[in-house]
Write a new protein. Structure first.
Length: 202
């Protein structure tokens, strides 16, 4: 992840819409129990960032991961994205094992564990939003179309699982690229359009 700005606010938190219920979501590098020693978990959720390696995870690999999440008493997981630079983690691929999303949803359903499903990650995001306002608007419009296609393909899958609790947008909003009124207007329009669509179909 790039660190060229002083503060980044996760887009999901910025939206503040009910269908994207983020809550306390932090990494699993913290102790399992609170410092008070009361036995209350110090955190309740974690992010899962899918990579090419997960395309080849076996069912046993996923079982071990979720056994560990259960030991830590995790109650919510955020899948940061299900498409990464064109690689899908929910569609069957010739040389891959069972899609990662299905393994995650099946394991979460059995625990039970709440799941928020992220959409599209693009490694060129930071370069693209640093371009001119017109270029940025065109880029976000393309991201919107791609995200909507992914949501439409995911709906028949996720609606079968009670553990599915909403969507997560993996874009990050920094404090440098959106300061100008033109850029801010483009961003707000994009957020309203994509969040309105998610509300409509969820």
């Amino acid at each position: 992840m790039r660190h060229r700005c002083t503060r980044r606010v996760l887009l999901a938190a910025a939206l503040g819409v009910p269908l994207i219920r983020v809550g306390p979501v932090i990494g699993t590098g913290l102790p399992e129990r609170s410092r008070s020693g009361s036995g209350t978990p110090a955190f309740s959720g974690t992010l899962l960032q899918l990579s090419a390696e997960h395309l080849h995870w076996t069912h046993g690999d996923w079982t071990r991961l979720f056994d560990e999440l259960e030991r830590l008493r995790i109650s919510r997981i955020v899948i940061q994205w299900v498409v990464s630079d064109g690689t899908s983690f929910y569609a069957s691929m010739p040389d891959a094992t069972r899609p990662a999303l299905l393994e995650i949803l099946d394991a979460a359903e059995a625990m039970p564990l709440q799941v928020l499903v992220g959409l599209v990650f693009d490694s060129s995001y930071w370069d693209r939003i640093a371009a001119s306002p017109d270029s940025t608007a065109a880029y976000l419009a393309d991201r919107e179309a791609r995200s909507i296609r992914v949501v439409d393909e995911l709906l028949p899958i996720v609606e079968l699982y009670r553990c599915f609790k909403g969507w997560y947008l993996c874009e990050e909003i920094d404090d440098t690229n959106w300061r100008e009124p033109a850029a801010s207007a483009i961003l707000h329009s994009y957020l309203h359009r994509i969040s309105d669509y998610l509300k409509l179909v969820s």
